[in-house]
Design a protein. Structure first.
Length: 221
C-alpha cells in the first residue's frame, strides 16, 4: 500500500486491460504491424500508448518507433484488425465478482475511459449485461472530454454525472496505466492501480494503492 485509503463514495473504472483482458490483443496487433517496418513494439513504447485515444496512441507509436507511415494510416489498419479480435476479449480476474459486489451493496460505480464509442461497443460486446450494471459511461468521444489521459477531463466528467455528485476526493478510481494514474491525481481523486506485470515499478509509485489483481481488492477498505 502506498498510502491509506480515504473513505470513498463512488468508484469510476477504466476498461482496457483493467476490466477486459485486451493488453495481449493490442500487443500482438501492433507487433504484427511493426514487423512490416522491422520495428519492435516493446514495453519502452507501451506505457506511452496506454490510456490514450486511438489517434494519440498511434501518434506515439509512429513517433517513437519512427514508422514510415502516418498516424491516420496506422489508426485505420489497427482498428480494422481490432474489430475482428476484440469481441473475444475476456474479463480480467476478479472483475465480474467486484462489479456484482458493488451492485449488490448499492455502491455507485461508472466507466471512465478514453475508448471511443465504436471501440467500446466492440470490446464489450460479449459482456453487455455486466456493463449494463454501471451507473453511466463516459467515453473518449464524449463532448465534455476535450483531451485524453493524462488530462483529468474524463474523470471529472464521470464524477459530475452521478445523481448526487460527490467531492472529487471521495472518488476512488481503478486504473491500470500510468497515464490514467496521472489523470486521476490531476483530478484530485484517489487511484487504485492494477498494472501489467511487465510495467516498470517506477511507473506505479504515484498510485494510492497498487494491486496485482482486482481479486486482491478488499471493498471494506
Amino acid at each position: 500500500m502506498m498510502a491509506p485509503l480515504r473513505s470513498a463514495t463512488i468508484l469510476p473504472f477504466d476498461v482496457d486491460s483493467l476490466l477486459l483482458d485486451t493488453e495481449q490483443v493490442h500487443s500482438v496487433m501492433f507487433q504484427d504491424i511493426c514487423d512490416s517496418y522491422e520495428k519492435e513494439y516493446t514495453w519502452d513504447v507501451k506505457p506511452e500508448v496506454m490510456g490514450k485515444k486511438a489517434s494519440e496512441g498511434a501518434q506515439e507509436v509512429v513517433g517513437v518507433l519512427q514508422l514510415l507511415t502516418s498516424k491516420e494510416e496506422l489508426v485505420e489498419e489497427s482498428q480494422a484488425r481490432l474489430r475482428d479480435v476484440f469481441p473475444t476479449a475476456a474479463l480480467r480476474p476478479g472483475a465480474e465478482k467486484l462489479i456484482l459486489h458493488l451492485r449488490k451493496h448499492n455502491t455507485p460505480f461508472a466507466v471512465a475511459t478514453n475508448l471511443e464509442s465504436t471501440s467500446f461497443k466492440v470490446e464489450t460486446s460479449r459482456h453487455k449485461e455486466l456493463f449494463g450494471l454501471f451507473h453511466h459511461l463516459v467515453l473518449g468521444d464524449d463532448p465534455e472530454v476535450k483531451s485524453c489521459k493524462p488530462d483529468p477531463a474524463v474523470f471529472l466528467a464521470c464524477a459530475k454525472r452521478f445523481s448526487s455528485p460527490p467531492p472529487v476526493e471521495e472518488c476512488l478510481v481503478f486504473e491500470d496505466g500510468p497515464n490514467g494514474v496521472e489523470a486521476v491525481l490531476a483530478a484530485g481523486m484517489q487511484v487504485i492501480m492494477v498494472p501489467d506485470g511487465n510495467l516498470s515499478r517506477d511507473l506505479s509509485r504515484k498510485a494510492t494503492l497498487v494491486l496485482s489483481s482486482l481479486q486482491d481488492f478488499q471493498p471494506q477498505l
